[in-house]
Design a protein around this ligand. Structure first.
Ligand SMILES: [Zn+2]
Ligand SMILES: [Zn+2]
Length: 343
């Protein structure tokens, strides 16, 4: 079968690899769609995220969906042909964090396309039974692949406790920013202000539900949010950029006693900020690690059309075009927001 394999920085190849066979308790999935995530691009351009370093060739991609192609011995409750979204994390199930309902914090979690674990941009993938999340027929493959990033937004929204009428601000209009924005809207937020440097992304954010957008290269975001809210600023802020500058911007947009959800993964290893702003406002700053127990909420939100995740997808490309798609995403070229790879 064919797979997209990352060998090193900017070295991505479509290769023929052995088709895997499901062992006991495992499922073979014919992969239909995989979203190209910012973290995949990060491994492509930097070869690492923090201390997670690509040392051996690795199949990339973790936002996947497909249909069950074969069942390993002992797998129950699934049939061949069933359409599933793929949960990319395998937590241990035994540690303190797993048994207290926080499997996303499991220190020994294995995650698709995080070295050394292969990802999903391949024709067939073997996954554990519990990684199969059956989806309604009404969901398209694009929508199914977007469930994983949507779940990050759902988790951030759950942690933030968005209340009806809250003013929400979203810093960074990439996929996770749009996920947080749409979840906040579904949770009843009133004004939803989105900031970015790219006008085409702000335009998409408005189309998908932002009430106001700010290009931070053209206007001072804190001044604009102050003007829009009569000086109250935002009740809840979602930081969803890939830059260290996102954090101080987010804290600047939060109102007194506000909540700031840190969902972005900065390219830089260190973040610096003015220490007085968060202290004077007594901000609650909460980091967001992937997601937990958010699949059912995410599926319901998509199936009931309260969020539009298909609207994130700007490009759909076969495996053969995937390297170009990685370059495009890395360069923010061709109006890309989300590229979906179709193995
Ligand atoms: Zn992702
Ligand atoms: Zn664990």
């Amino acid at each position: 079968m064919k797979a997209l394999v990352l060998h090193g920085i900017r070295d991505l190849r479509v290769e023929e690899v052995r088709k895997p066979r499901p062992g006991p308790g495992q499922v073979l999935v014919r992969v239909r769609a995989v979203g190209l995530c910012g973290s995949d691009v990060h491994y492509y351009t930097h070869g690492r995220i923090g201390e997670q370093v690509v040392r051996e060739p690795m199949i990339v991609g973790h936002e996947g969906a497909g249909e069950v192609a074969a069942l390993g011995p002992g797998v129950e409750g699934l049939t061949v042909g069933r359409r599933v979204a793929i949960e990319p994390a395998i937590s241990c199930g035994r540690c303190e964090y797993c048994v207290t309902g926080r499997p996303n914090l499991c220190p020994t979690v294995r995650f698709c396309s995080t070295p050394p674990n292969d990802g999903l941009m391949c024709e067939f993938a073997v996954i554990e039974r519990h990684q199969c999340v059956p989806i309604p027929d009404a969901l398209s493959w694009d929508e199914a692949a977007m469930l994983e990033p949507l779940q990050v937004g759902v988790h951030a929204g759950n942690l933030a406790g968005v209340r009806p009428g809250d003013t929400a601000a979203v810093v960074g209009a990439g996929c996770i920013g749009l996920a947080c924005m749409e979840v906040a809207r579904a949770a009843g937020a009133g004004r939803i202000i989105v900031t970015d440097k790219l006008d085409y992304r702000l335009k998409l954010a408005r189309k998908l539900g932002a009430t106001d957008t700010i290009n931070v290269d053209k206007k001072d975001p804190a001044g604009e949010v102050s003007r829009l809210t009569g000086g109250r600023m935002a009740d809840v802020v979602f930081e969803c950029t890939n830059r260290a500058a996102g954090a101080p911007q987010a804290w600047g947009l939060a109102g007194i006693g506000g909540r700031v959800m840190m969902a972005g993964i900065p390219e830089e290893d260190e973040v610096s900020f003015d220490s007085h702003t968060p202290r004077r406002k007594e901000l609650l700053v909460q980091y967001v690690r992937r997601s937990r127990h958010a699949a059912r909420q995410a599926i319901d939100l998509v199936a009931s059309k309260r969020v539009n995740v298909a609207g994130w997808v700007t490009h759909r490309v076969p495996l053969a075009g995937a390297k170009k798609a990685f370059d495009m995403v890395a360069d923010y070229a061709d109006g890309v927001l989300k590229a979906v790879i179709l193995p």
